[in-house]
Design a protein around this ligand. Structure first.
Ligand code: FE2
Length: 200
């Protein structure tokens, strides 16, 4: 597992309960569910969580939590990077101004939404086919994909994402997270969303 966010756990760390362990657990759980179910084995994670109603009830919660966790973390690692941060440009900057009140207001609203998530969850920015953005906090490992939305990017506010560096200071973590956000990658995701090619 690649470390991108500073407090995110890294490959080779053998302590229990790390993010790398959790990601491996999502994969193991999905593979476990797939073993007894051909439909699960054939579908992508994005397809599975986009239509949980089609998943057999006996494994729906497993798919919801582990498929959501898989999709959310796949996106999360994609939108962060070393030497990142700064401000968006181009179409993403324009969309943030148009739909979310400008970059400064958006950052404040995103941090406030992340802080308000009770317990564990995520704060996402969704994007529709026309490129319109919206802020969407979610509990647990629920993905906006489950409600038919596409995710432009999001931040993990599970305590496992920040406790090593920030302990329980979620507000500090949310503020510092802007320093690792990879806006060029998010601009690629934005273009993909508008082209109908954004999977996770
Ligand atoms: Fe996480």
């Amino acid at each position: 597992m690649i470390q991108k966010g500073r407090s995110i756990k890294i490959a080779g760390d053998t302590r229990p309960g790390t993010v790398a362990d959790l990601f491996a657990a999502y994969v193991a759980a999905l593979n476990g569910a797939a073993k007894d179910n051909g439909m699960i084995a054939k579908a992508s994670v994005g397809e599975l969580i986009a239509d949980l109603g089609q998943v057999p009830e006996s494994i729906r919660t497993v798919i919801r939590n582990n498929g959501g966790g898989h999709a959310n973390h796949t996106m999360f690692w994609e939108v962060m990077g070393p030497g990142a941060g700064g401000a968006p440009s181009g179409e993403v900057a324009a969309a943030i101004t148009r739909d979310l009140g400008g970059f400064d207001k958006f950052k404040a609203d995103f941090e406030a939404a992340g802080l308000k998530v009770f317990g564990s969850g995520w704060v996402f920015v969704t994007v529709d086919r026309a490129g319109k953005l919206a802020l969407l906090p979610q509990p647990n490992q629920d993905s906006p994909i489950m409600a038919g939305h596409k995710v432009l990017f999001g931040n993990d506010v599970w305590e496992h994402a920040y406790y090593l560096k920030y302990q329980n200071r979620r507000a500090d973590y949310l503020k510092a997270w802007w320093n690792v956000v990879n806006w060029p990658k998010i601009e690629e995701r934005y273009a993909a969303a508008k082209a109908g090619k954004l999977a996770i």
